[in-house]
Design a protein around this ligand. Structure first.
Ligand SMILES: Nc1ncnc2c1ncn2[C@@H]1O[C@H](COP(=O)(O)OP(=O)(O)OP(=O)(O)O)[C@@H](O)[C@H]1O
Ligand SMILES: [Mg+2]
Length: 291
């Protein structure tokens, strides 16, 4: 399967949320990163046909997705960033309701719903009303509804928001197992959520995809620009104010280890560290994340 965008552009008045994107997505898990307002949600809504582009097009194996219409949407699973739940429905009834809307056969839908509730860790609560759910539980129900029809293209907009560490691990395993021979795109602000499962990382900035590639390839681009240095904890804040710090770790000896993105050694005695995705994100998005 090949999902391709050509000159894809979405404008809201004079604001260009997605700018002339040309990308080709094949089977695998894509992690979509970008600061607030970078255009992640807009891109996902375009890919889901929730919104029409101002210019450009999206094709699946050469066919325009709007022209494919229902045939395309049958292949699609989508978790919007702000998902609307029905507070009085139980978790199971909610999934059955979504399945009915999607035209999924009732008998099959019940089995699939129970299986998914198990997989997202909600089987014990499947008869509870959604209004009694925590934020993380609702989010897991949202993930389950997106996967109901076994979609070949699964698009999840910030699926891990509100998940605790145990549920994050469960989510990663679920997606890894599900993603074989499918296109999975997930956006997140939590880089570690995709570091383990994304075969490809896409980084958006101001409506454009500024990086697309394997995590190890991308992080190797900033080899030599990530440093660790130990400074007295009392002075750590002062350093952090003018350095591009990706992490702070207090040590028991009264020192703090700063992880710094910098072309030159940030202080005397700094040692080079192995870059990770979080460093990469800060390197490319520092203007937005550090005003
Ligand atoms: N309906 C709309 N009307 C006008 N402007 C919009 C609309 N939706 C999005 N935008 C603008 O388009 C840009 C991209 O927004 P988008 O929601 O796609 O970003 P995002 O990367 O998903 O951000 P976040 O990380 O905060 O979810 C922003 O500048 C936003 O203000
Ligand atoms: Mg968004």
């Amino acid at each position: 399967m090949e999902l391709r965008t050509a000159g894809l552009t979405k404008q809201y008045g004079s604001k260009t949320a997605v700018k002339r994107l040309n990308v080709t997505l094949t089977n695998g898990v894509y992690g979509l990163l970008g600061a607030n307002g970078a255009g992640k949600t807009t891109l996902m809504r375009l890919l889901c046909t929730v919104q029409r582009p101002t210019r450009g097009e999206i094709t699946l194996d050469g066919q325009n997705i709007w022209r494919l219409g229902e045939r395309y949407r049958e292949l699609l699973g989508y978790l919007p960033q702000h998902f609307g739940y029905y507070p009085d429905f139980t978790a199971l009834d909610f999934l059955l309701y979504i399945a009915a809307l999607k035209g999924i056969d009732g008998k099959w839908a019940e089995g699939r719903s129970r299986e998914l509730l198990e997989e997202v860790g909600l089987s014990g609560e499947c008869r509870h009303r959604i209004k009694t759910f925590s934020g993380g539980m609702k989010q897991r129900l949202g993930i389950a509804q997106a996967m109901l029809n076994n979609p070949s293209i699964l698009i999840l907009d910030e699926p891990t928001t509100g998940l605790d560490p145990k549920e994050r691990v469960r989510f990663r395993n679920l997606i890894s197992a599900f993603s074989k021979d499918r296109i999975v795109i997930l956006s997140t602000h939590i880089v570690s959520d995709i570091a383990f499962i994304a075969e490809r990382v896409m980084m958006m900035k101001a409506g454009e995809i500024i990086l697309l590639g394997r995590p190890d390839e991308l992080t190797s681009q900033i080899n030599g620009r990530v440093w660790e240095c130990s400074v007295p904890t009392s002075r750590a804040e002062r350093y952090a104010a003018f350095l591009n710090v990706s992490n702070l770790r207090n040590e028991e000896n009264g020192n703090t280890v700063l992880r710094v993105i910098s072309e030159q050694p940030p202080v005397a005695g700094a040692v080079r560290a192995q870059p990770n995705l979080e460093d990469l994100f800060l390197y490319y998005c520092k203007e937005e994340s550090k005003p």
